[in-house]
Structure formats: C-alpha cells, structure tokens
Design a protein around this ligand. Structure first.
Ligand SMILES: [Zn+2]
Length: 301
C-alpha cells in the first residue's frame, strides 16, 4: 500500500496526516502555530519535516509524496505569499524547503484548491469535471475546476471569488479594497451582517444559526442576505466556466438550509438563461476535520 502525506496549514494550527491511496487517514499530528510565531518560518517548517519523518518511521513506510494546502499558496512556485492570517509575511518557499529536508516530492497549493481536489478525488465531485468549490470560514476561499483541471491562471492565483466585488464601495476587506464578497460571506461577514441589524450580538455563525432555528427573524434574514450575495456573484461566475455544481465546504456550510434557498433563488433570477436550472448547489461530502488533509494528499497522488 502506498502512503502519502497531506498537510493542512492554517492560521492557528497545522495538521499533518498520513493518508493511504484509498483516501483513508491512518494517523495525524497537529502543530500549533502559536509556539513558532515569534521565530523564523524555518523553525516551523523544521517541525513539520520532523512530523513527516515521525509518521513515516511509525508506520515503517516510505512516503510517496507530500501535498500541502496553505493560505495564499502558489502551486507554480510552491510558495506561501503574503498570507494575511499567518505570522510570517512576504514570500516563503515552503515546498522546496520541505522537499530538501525530507527528500520527498512536495507539492503545495492554495487551501481552497486543495479542498476542491479532495472533493474531486474522494467527495461529491467524483463525477464532475466542471465545478466550483467554496470554503466558508475566516475568509471565503474558492477553487475552480474546469474540464477536470484546476484553474491556476498565468501566475497561480486564479479563482479567488472571495475578492470579487459584490457591493461597490461597501465594507472594508482584508485585502485593502472595499465591497469584496468575503467581507459579506465569511465568519466575520456573517457576524457583521447580524450586528448591522442592531438587535443584539452573536459571537459565532453557529450562534446565529441557532437563533435562526429558534425563530429570530434577524438571524434568519442574516442567512437570507448571505445567500443573496452568494447567488449574485455565482451568477457571474457561471458565465466563465459553466459549472455543473457549486459545492460548499466549512463550518458555515453546515447551516446550508438557512442560505441555500435564497442563494438558489438569486442565482436563477440573475444568471443568463443559457445556464439557468443547470447548476447544482451542494454541500461537501467530506468530513470537516478530514477534507483539507485528504485534499492536500490528493494533490500529490
Ligand atoms: Zn478583498
């Protein structure tokens, strides 16, 4: 049996998973970023390299390849570039560094792209060649697959729907511009929308979802608006790649019952009739805790 390593680098923790070729996570290690934040990124990368060796030794198996999903990851260069939620700014050659340390083929991409590849290999997108995967979390990430291939663009950063503008001159975005979809549809976006109604506070999207289920009209409306913003931008996105499905992943996607109806309605009302009633809106088929690791491993398979 061949073994691969899938690594999910996040803003607070990094998970290193040992994955079989059938897509089973055999073991995993978690590294908290906090302890490394004040030092150079190399110290953090050395800890990852040690983790890979530890898993390989424990199972007595060589590793066929290492796949990494990371915020602002660049597939072409194997770099993490100016990631807003990481302690290390600038450009860091992560894949090359780890490849040298572990003498093992190492590939890196953006975290949402990794999730899209995981969904294609092991999830609900198995039979799709044209789909968009959207991750809803701290930000809004997206991976676009067209003709069975990940779309990277000329420089490796294609498909960032989160930074397409949904409200001109709207809310401030982490990218420094105004009105990006991510400023409305993300954890922060949802909290701000609810807060804008001026009726009370919530500290997590789960809390707003719970209030909505208990009948809080403003909480319900928060999700309705969220669906409308998504539907509007997806009506645009449909014209570029004509996807057969849009798949949602992440904590907020668990509340799909609350925003899929307004999303579908707004999408169908705004999309060109060539694409009408042809796009499925779905939830990810992968467990929340496994998808990023599986997707990263799938990247190198
Ligand atoms: Zn932005």
């Amino acid at each position: 049996m061949k073994h691969y390593v899938g690594i999910d680098i996040g803003g607070t923790s990094t998970t290193i998973g040992l994955v079989s070729e059938e897509g089973i996570i055999l073991d995993r290690l978690v590294i908290l970023i906090e302890g490394f934040a004040s030092g150079p990124i190399e110290t953090f990368l050395d800890a990852i390299a040690n983790g890979i060796r530890e898993l390989s030794t424990k199972y007595g198996q060589p590793i066929e390849g290492v796949g990494i999903g990371a915020p602002n990851g660049n597939f072409y260069r194997g770099t993490i570039e100016y990631a807003p939620n990481m302690p290390w700014k600038d450009v860091h050659e992560v894949a090359a560094y780890l490849e040298k340390k572990n003498a093992c083929r190492t590939v890196l991409t953006n975290d949402a792209n990794a999730a899209a590849i995981g969904e294609k290999q092991f999830g609900v997108a198995k039979n799709f060649n044209d789909f968009i995967l959207i991750t809803l979390g701290t930000g809004l990430g997206s991976g676009i697959v067209s003709g069975g291939k990940m779309i990277y663009g000329h420089d490796g950063f294609a498909g960032e729907l989160g930074h397409s503008i949904v409200v001109p001159e709207g809310r401030d975005c982490t990218c420094g511009r105004k009105g990006c979809l991510e400023a409305y549809v993300s954890i922060r976006g949802l909290l701000e929308t609810y807060h804008d109604f001026g009726v009370g506070k919530a500290s997590t999207p789960q809390e707003i979802a719970m209030k909505a289920q208990l009948g809080d009209e403003y909480a319900k409306e928060t999700f309705v608006k969220t669906g409308e913003w998504l539907g509007l931008k997806l009506a645009d996105a449909a014209t570029y790649t004509s996807p057969e499905a849009v798949i949602f992943f992440g904590g907020i996607a668990q509340a799909s019952d609350l925003f899929f109806p307004s999303l579908k309605e707004t999408l169908e009302a705004n999309v060109h009739n060539l694409y009408r009633n042809k796009i499925q809106i779905m939830k990810s088929g992968l467990p929340l805790n496994d998808a990023a690791v599986l997707g990263s491993a799938a990247l190198v398979m």
